[in-house]
Structures are given as C-alpha cells and as structure tokens.
Design a protein around this ligand. Structure first.
Ligand SMILES: O=C(O)CCC(=O)C(=O)O
Ligand SMILES: [Fe+2]
Length: 372
C-alpha cells in the first residue's frame, strides 16, 4: 500500500530536544515513503504570516499589470531563464500549461564567457518597471531571504532524519548560493478564452492541465499555496493514484526534487506531481514555489554513509512500487557520477522554454530536441 495522504509536520517539534526525535522520524517517513509533506509553525525561522500576505498581494498586483508592462520583463530577454512567461507559453509533459508566471532568483551576475554554459542558469533578474509596481522588488528579495533561511535550517534536519550529520550537505552550497522562486497564476476555467486545454485522461470533465505531471529538478521545493483553492495540486503515489494536496492555511508544501534523489542515491524520491486548472468560478489560483538549488558544479559527490536501516526503508518502498509514473515525457535526471548537476538542470530549462532557447541557445536546443 502506498501513501494515501500527505503528512503534516509541525516544525516546532524540531526545536525542542524532547520532541525532536519524533519530528525526525516523521520527516524520514515523509522523505522516503511520500516525497511530499506539509510544514506548519515555521515562522520563527521562515517568513511570517504578514510577510506571506505581502508576497501574495504583490503577486496579484503583478498579474494585474497591463500585458505590455509584463512583456517588458518577458523571459525571452533573459539568457538565464528568468522573467515573465505569458499564459500558455510553457510545455510540461509534452502539453501546454495553462498558467502565467514570473521566474525570479537570488540576484547574481551573469557568468563569464569561458565558464561552462550551464552556469547561465545564474544571472540578474528581469524586474517589472518599478514605476508601476514599486514594492515588488523589495518584497521578492525579502521573501528570498526569509525562505533561504528556512530552507537552510530544514536541509540540516533532512540530513539528520536520514541518519547523517547535520552538515552533510553543506559542501553542495557555495557562497551566495542561488535559490529560485516563481509567482504563478492559474486562471480558472471561466477565464480561459480558449477552452481547448488538454484534458487529463482521468478527469475528462473537470479539469485541464494547469501544469503537467513532472518531477522538480532542484533539491527541495517549498510551495506557498497563496489562495484557498483546495483541489488543484496533486501528487502521484507509488501505485499510480493521484492524491490531492490539502491546502492548510499558511502551511508550506515541501517536496523532494531530482537533485535530492540523485545525491541521496534514490533514498528521497522525487515524487511526480501536477496542477489542475481551478474549477470554473473559483477565481485565479496563486501559488508561490521556492526552489532550493545546489551548486551547479557539484559532481561525483553523492551523500556518503547513509545507514543501512535507512537504506532498508528505501528498499522496502521500492519493492512496493507498482504502477508508478504517468508519461511525464522525457526529463533529464541529474546523475552526479556522469555530469555536474547543472548539466541536467540547464537542459530541462532548454526543453521547457523552447522560445527562449531558440533565441539564446539554438544549437543546444537542437541537441535536446534530438534526444527525445
Ligand atoms: O502550483 C503549484 O502548486 C506547483 C507548481 C509546480 O509544481 C512547479 O512549478 O514546479
Ligand atoms: Fe513542481
């Protein structure tokens, strides 16, 4: 039997030596047997309710801007895959996603010309014109700082929960490590002019693809579901059944990415998930994922000394995997033995944003298209 619901973890339990062992057990189970969890009571380390309210309001303001203002910071102008993506201009699992979004990241300089091409994942943000939305940039930068703090603490707990010293992942993080985030708007069915959205086979009448089934490329993702939609984000359990992620007010959804799967040698599996278009009349769904990424140059460095009892839980899980995995299309999986992590991350970006790739990396786009 695979998981039927998403575990809820109270971060306060990790702060008290008496309850910490219980927290670490719950975390171990969530990381190995589910790949998703809901995190509550993180305010002492991460963003406060007020700060989340601010980033939510800036998201609404941003998406309300005139299309020409949003177009000025469109991703096509960025060789770093940062900036605005208009509605229905991204592909996941071979189909169009019905969402619009802006990709943002820790502000960093662009790499030099002689550096490996994948380092172009890093670079400066494309900000919307501050004259139209003055509080956008400071609110986003503050959100990145608060979330980076939370994610740094959390990754130490992740290490401890799988039987490693809490600094076991520190080597994967460089000075001024890039983190990424997105503001995403999923208009509800009413608002779509063109309702020929791809119907998902098992939900023919209710929904189309907000974001197609995929695994994240990063280490860990932290999603703030900013509106109260309850029927959108779904996770596939290891028997192929879609499980809806509840929307507990102010809880963050945390999920394993493929980088964590790669460096933990499959112990923490990157679970497949998707987003359905919100029901007609339910309004636009706003979601704000934060992506914790590691040094793109990390190479030949899996986590060492994961204890046997943890590996046994992984093996037990793997024996129970039956009909997992829909067709997520081809996705590059990081394999630190073969390539630096940046290789797969960069190629997944090339594939998802092909108009941007055609402008900046036409040759690599050709190679990527030939591979799947
Ligand atoms: O909108 C969401 O809740 C999740 C989005 C997502 O999975 C992604 O952008 O990787
Ligand atoms: Fe995702």
């Amino acid at each position: 039997m695979s998981f039927q619901e998403i575990p809820v973890l109270d971060l306060r339990l990790s702060q008290d030596p008496e309850t910490k062992p219980e927290f670490l057990l719950q975390l171990r189970n969530a990381l190995i047997n589910v790949g998703f969890l809901l995190l509550t009571n993180y305010e002492a380390i991460g963003p406060s309710k007020e700060e989340l309210e601010l980033i939510k309001n800036q998201s609404f303001e941003f998406f309300k801007l005139p299309q020409e203002v949003k177009a000025e910071c469109e991703m096509i102008h960025s060789p770093h895959f940062l900036g605005y993506t208009r509605l229905a201009n991204e592909i996941t699992a071979l189909h169009t996603d019905w969402r619009e979004q802006i990709d943002l990241a820790t502000e960093l300089p662009a790499p030099g010309k002689d550096e490996p091409i994948y380092r172009n994942i890093e670079g400066p943000n494309l900000w919307p014109d501050g004259e139209y939305i003055p509080n956008f940039k400071p609110t986003v930068l503050n959100h990145i700082t608060r979330m980076t703090n939370l994610a740094t603490e959390f990754r130490r707990l992740v290490c401890e929960s799988i039987g490693l010293p809490k600094d076991a992942m520190d080597n994967y993080f460089k000075e001024n490590q890039q983190c990424k985030m997105k503001l995403i708007a999923y208009p509800d069915f009413h608002q779509l002019e063109n309702k020929s959205a791809v119907s998902l086979d098992d939900t023919p009448n209710t929904a189309g693809q907000g974001c197609g089934p995929h695994r994240d490329s990063d280490l860990l993702t932290y999603i703030y579901q900013a509106t109260d939609h309850t029927d959108s984000l779904q996770v596939q359990n290891f028997q192929g059944k879609w499980i809806t992620v509840p929307n507990i007010p102010n809880a963050l959804v945390v999920n394993n990415g493929q980088t964590l799967e790669a460096i933990s040698k499959g112990v923490c599996k990157a679970t497949i998930h998707r987003v359905l278009i919100p029901k007609a009349g339910s309004g636009t769904r706003i979601s704000i994922p934060f992506f914790q990424t590691i040094d793109l140059d990390s190479y030949k460095v899996s986590l060492k000394d994961i204890p046997q009892d943890v590996l046994d839980i992984k093996d037990e899980r793997d024996r129970k995997i039956e009909d997992w995995a829909v067709d997520v299309g081809f996705q590059y999986q990081p394999d630190v033995e073969k390539h630096p992590v940046g290789y797969a991350v960069f190629r997944n970006r090339i594939k998802s944003h092909q108009d941007v790739s055609a402008k900046w990396y036409p040759q690599i786009l050709k190679e990527v298209l030939a591979e799947y």
